[in-house]
Write a protein that binds this ligand. Structure first.
Ligand SMILES: Cc1cc2nc3c(=O)[nH]c(=O)nc-3n(C[C@H](O)[C@H](O)[C@H](O)COP(=O)(O)O)c2cc1C
Length: 176
């Protein structure tokens, strides 16, 4: 897909067809997401792919509040985390005033690549910030060193999303 078309067609999708995403396709998009840039190439982003149908249903109910459970029926779920106190840290001290926010920044880049790679592979996605991190940690046995950030649904769209217009560039960009 042309890059500009990809940017336009990537939308948050909240209804998915009852069609499982193959392991190969999920592997393709998570490995493509690894091409994202990261601070000193530290690659502290981690992805937990929940694809087993039975476990997926159990996990969805524990990991997400009702609204997001309904929106992600039939989709695989990818939990993304970053290893804290590593990105932009040296000898246990942060390089800048932003501390662990650089880890979150790197993970945001990683996730942006992931959703675009998914779209390019014919999948649609929904990034979710409303989730239950304690339950997710327990279900997936995620170590305390990792900060749980997002849950991303991936599947085959079963809706045409409503328009989400972007702000006028003049409002958000300044040129000097
Ligand atoms: C960090 C982040 C958290 C989000 N959390 C949720 C969520 O919990 N539930 C939901 O339905 N949408 C969620 N969204 C989707 C946004 O509402 C959506 O990206 C935005 O409205 C723009 O629409 P678009 O993605 O279709 O362009 C989230 C998006 C981001 C980037």
């Amino acid at each position: 897909m042309e890059f500009e078309q990809l940017l336009k067609e990537r939308r948050s999708i909240r209804a998915y067809k009852k069609e499982a995403v193959s392991h190969e396709l999920l592997e393709k998009i998570v490995t493509e997401a690894q091409q994202a840039p990261s601070w000193a190439n530290m690659q502290a982003s981690r992805t937990y792919v929940v694809e087993d149908p039975e476990f997926l249903e159990e996990f969805r109910l524990k990991a997400l509040p009702e609204g997001n459970v309904k929106k992600t029926l039939n989709a695989a779920l990818l939990v993304t985390t970053f290893v804290k106190d590593t990105v932009a840290f040296h000898d246990g001290k942060p390089y800048t005033e932003l501390g662990n926010k650089w880890g979150a920044y790197d993970l945001g880049l990683h996730d942006a690549y992931l959703v675009l790679a998914a779209k390019n592979a014919g999948l649609d996605t929904l990034i979710m910030g409303i989730r239950y991190p304690d339950a997710i940690r327990e279900c997936l046995n995620i170590p305390e060193e990792e900060v749980i950030v997002s849950v991303i649904a991936a599947g085959y769209r079963d809706e045409e999303p409503v328009d989400r217009p972007r702000k006028d560039p003049d409002e958000v960009i300044k040129y000097f």
